[in-house]
Design a protein around this ligand. Structure first.
Ligand code: SF4
Length: 336
């Protein structure tokens, strides 16, 4: 470790907005409230949000993470089960009902909106093109709102060229909420060129949090010697931020889950660091990373404010009578 006097100077361009979005905040709140109201265990189908720190924090409070409903043991049949923020195929609540389980759906309201838009296309007799990444739980959930054969996943511009519709006049699209704004625009242009009758959803599918976080990274990346995005490898929106930083002119851009993952030997002589966090990454890890840099550099933090977010999604009525302590609130907000 250096003395303050000998530490090299470093400017950290810190994005705002960054980190938790309203959908993630609500989903974590639902699990915490359910634990307080019904007691442990509370089962959670899939990682409630894609972040290990959050998942482990909830496990410590008594949440049990499962991938499928049949993992709930018979003796815990009465315990609530929460569906993750990414949304679930229709078959999942149907299965929960058939098993007589009590479920709480933490699907982000903006994902539910995309589900509704996709179903609306189908009601109007359109085949749905879902722009998104294969295997992501949100994509599985959105495809699972529709009849098999009523939806095609489009991941790339090559997929656009290979797609052969039964009726090119009856097509509608929706997208995953966490895509790259730029890549999606390219895919959409290709789709609209090939299928001029393609119908858009009534509302934009890429959500405000994705758009705002990408915009903030774009503003702060040019000329940054290194860009760090706090987030998990399975977090779609976080991975997109790493790509945006690189494209916008950061010399190197990396995804890190914790300060311990910063590859110090590769960091070298840097004067400017860009820093953001994906929508599922808690603020406490951003602090941890800034502190790790303070150990090695004489740090000046420059806050780059590119948007103000006021979105707040209320939890379901069944949980509104439960009070959260300041410590619970800090965990929900990502500061503990
Ligand atoms: S990233 Fe967007 S869609 Fe996903 S949980 Fe957050 S607000 Fe909802």
């Amino acid at each position: 470790m250096h003395d303050t006097a000998t530490k090299p100077p470093l400017t950290i361009r810190l994005c705002q907005p960054r980190g938790f979005c309203a959908g993630v905040d609500r989903a974590i709140q639902i699990v915490v409230l359910a634990l307080k109201k019904y007691g442990a265990p509370v089962y959670v189908r899939h990682e409630i949000v894609h972040n290990r720190y959050v998942v482990e924090g909830l496990q410590n409070l008594g949440a049990v993470f499962i991938e499928e409903l049949n993992e709930i043991p018979d003796e815990h049949h009465d315990a609530p089960v929460v569906f993750s923020a990414h949304g679930v195929p229709k078959s999942v609540p149907a299965d929960a009902q058939a098993r007589n389980l009590f479920y709480l759906d933490a699907t982000c309201p903006l994902v539910s909106k995309v589900h509704k838009q996709a179903m609306r296309h189908r009601r109007h007799g359109r085949h749905v093109l879902l722009i998104g990444h294969a295997g992501h739980p949100e994509v599985i959930g959105t495809m699972g709102q529709l009849d098999e054969g009523g939806v095609t996943l489009i991941e790339t511009e090559a997929d656009v060229q290979n797609f052969q519709p039964a009726d090119p006049e009856a097509l509608g699209f929706v997208t995953q909420t966490t895509l790259s704004v730029e890549d999606t625009a390219g895919i959409l242009r290709a789709l609209q060129e090939r299928f001029p009758a393609l119908q858009a959803p009534a509302a934009e599918s890429i959500c405000y949090a994705t758009t705002n976080r990408q915009e903030a990274v774009k503003e702060t990346a040019p000329g940054a010697d290194l860009y760090l995005v706090v987030g998990a490898p399975n977090s779609s929106n976080s991975r997109r931020l790493v790509e945006v930083a690189e494209r916008a002119g950061a010399k190197m851009s990396l995804l890190v889950q914790r300060a311990s993952e910063i590859p110090w030997s590769g960091v070298g002589d840097i004067a400017t660091l860009g820093l953001s966090a994906g929508a599922s990454a808690p603020e406490i890890i951003v602090d941890e990373i800034i502190n790790a840099f303070r150990e090695r550099f004489d740090v000046t933090v420059e806050l780059a404010v590119t948007a103000t977010e006021t979105e707040d999604f209320p939890v379901m009525r069944a949980l509104r009578d439960v009070e959260l302590t300041p410590a619970d609130m800090a965990f929900v907000n990502g500061t503990r």
